[in-house]
Design a binder for this molecule. Structure first.
Ligand code: SAM
Length: 242
């Protein structure tokens, strides 16, 4: 097979299915990666698994790939959401990329007292998530939601979903989540910005019945490390890393 490129396409995939690519993807496939007619590309769309596609037509601003065989079934990440406060650009990029690699169903940025929505570029982060999925072999791209105020997200919290709040006040306590959450519980982890949460936010979180404060170990982690640690702890305890 020898495909050196993996590509997300928002089109149906199936045996014999022709997949048209537009100017941006044509430029990437045929100019940047120098693929030509007959070359193989791995394709996924988040619904139909992964397929081996063969370049049938390669032009400067368009192209056609033909699906030849399914190479992986569709798989979904466990039902975990990541809630975090956007921080500096490259660190937010890191959080989105790692969340996709580690396996979450949804990325939900939230504004809090000590950050603001200007730090979130939704279009760029969507593209970033797609790129991360292409690179890590996932057949699924998590939903990347637009930024919302934390208050609003909490006010419309779906029944039955646990919210594990990384509370730096618990630093030093055990971070082990094994046996602490029932398997298959829809969950979310919430991590704060560099400045942490305000006193009002902490009081609100403590008062909510679906919120459970958790520790991320003995040291205070940077926000991006905390996001990775929270996902890993959940994945290892009840997710698809077990
Ligand atoms: N300067 C902030 C403070 O002291 O309030 C620290 C914020 S920390 C850099 C960013 C976020 O990571 C926190 O809001 C929290 O959600 C999470 N965090 C970092 N270390 C943690 C720990 N050991 N236990 C629980 N949460 C932690």
């Amino acid at each position: 097979m020898n495909a050196k490129v993996r590509l997300f396409v928002d089109q149906p995939l199936g045996m014999g299915q022709a997949v048209a690519v537009g100017p941006e993807q044509a430029n990437y496939l045929f100019a940047v990666m120098r693929l030509t007619v007959g070359d193989a590309v791995l394709l996924f769309n988040g619904r139909d698994g992964e397929w081996l596609g063969r370049v049938q037509d390669a032009a400067k601003r368009r192209g056609v790939l033909l699906c030849e065989a399914q190479t992986a079934p569709q798989s979904l990440p466990p039902d975990l959401w990541l809630l975090f406060s956007p921080i500096r650009k490259e660190r937010t990029n890191f959080i989105v990329e790692k969340a996709v690699e580690l396996g979450v169903a949804r990325v939900q940025p939230v504004t809090t007292r000590f950050n603001n929505a200007e730090r979130w570029r939704h279009d760029k982060q969507l593209a970033h998530a797609v790129e991360a999925a292409e690179q890590c072999g996932a057949t699924f791209v998590p939903e990347v939601a637009d930024v919302l105020p934390l208050d609003r997200v909490l006010a419309s919290w779906p029944p039955g979903r646990a919210l594990l709040w990384a509370d730096e006040a618990l630093a030093g306590q055990s971070a082990n989540l094994h046996g602490q959450i029932a398997p298959a519980t829809p969950s979310a982890v919430l991590v704060g910005p560099e400045g942490g949460f305000s006193e009002e936010e902490k009081a609100r979180l403590r008062a909510l019945p679906f919120v459970r404060p958790i520790s991320l170990g003995p040291r205070i982690l940077r926000a991006e490390t905390a996001a990775v640690a929270a996902i890993v702890l959940w994945q290892a305890a009840v997710g698809d890393w077990r």
